[in-house]
Design a binder for this molecule. Sequence first.
Ligand code: ATP
Length: 306
Amino acid sequence: MKTPAIQTDMLSRSFDKEKVLRGIDLTIEPGQVVGLVGTNAAGKTTLIKCLLGLLKATSGKCRLLGEDSWNLSAKAKTRIGYVSQDFELIPWMTVQGMCDYTGAFYELWNTQHVTRLITEWNLPPDKRVGTLSVGQRQKLAVILALGHSPELLLLDEPVASLDPYARRQFLESLIQFTETEENTVLFSTHITSDLERIASHVAILREGQIAWYGPLDTLKEGCKRLRIQSRKTLPHDFVVPTAIRYEMHGTHAVVSVAEMDDHLQQTLAEKYDANVQVEDLNLEEIFLEWTRDPHSDPSSSAEVLS
Ligand SMILES: Nc1ncnc2c1ncn2[C@@H]1O[C@H](COP(=O)(O)OP(=O)(O)OP(=O)(O)O)[C@@H](O)[C@H]1O
């Protein structure tokens, strides 16, 4: 059996009284490209930092490439690439100088690949880092994370400042990176179209836990919205298997389910003497369903993911 690229067991992390992560169980196998989604302040950055050993877990365990995150060996660190939200670069160095300087720390620095990315991503090699735009700096941070040919990439909103063209280039680089079947990516994002293009798997972080983890296709196929119109008032203990969210209005209910099966529509229709309509959802709607209050006020249906 292969060693998981990422493995957590009841991982929790609090800041003072705020419990941000509340028992994260997550296993990511080598070769998976995992999109980590959740609302603002859900704990995505906190989780990534715990995985990297930049924050200590309050309790529970986390391992990267088979090693305890808090005691990663130098060898394991050379197999990992990371782009943080608040990456730090040396402002007085040039783009090329920054690449050469970073490369000097690694045995396996791929100068050819780095030079190619600098050219393809239109970065001015002789310009000082401190004078680059935010998007240019983000591109450079990604290049620096890829330069030592890591096996595991952790990216915290890597495309937030990139224009659509640069985002496309970045995603193409990521697709190339994952052509090697052993390479693994965990990236947090709010951009569902990017996720749709490259993710093999999705992890949904809600209320400090992984509410859903699995293949992107399974998520898209299974998640449906049911509109239930009964002839009688629906009972207080009205429960639908795998429901993510309920809106109750007397005889009428709107329920989103994670796993629609062939019999559910008929079972509900018979049990509640109801007409049950099944609606497909696009990926953005699926994330909205997962990240909104499970018993939310129907009037809030226009709220957005991030
Ligand atoms: N060093 C810290 N000290 C105190 N609170 C913190 C610290 N780091 C994070 N938090 C809190 O933990 C919560 C989760 O923050 P985190 O940055 O992990 O969220 P996120 O999901 O990455 O959000 P976003 O999508 O906005 O980037 C927030 O309420 C934040 O204020």
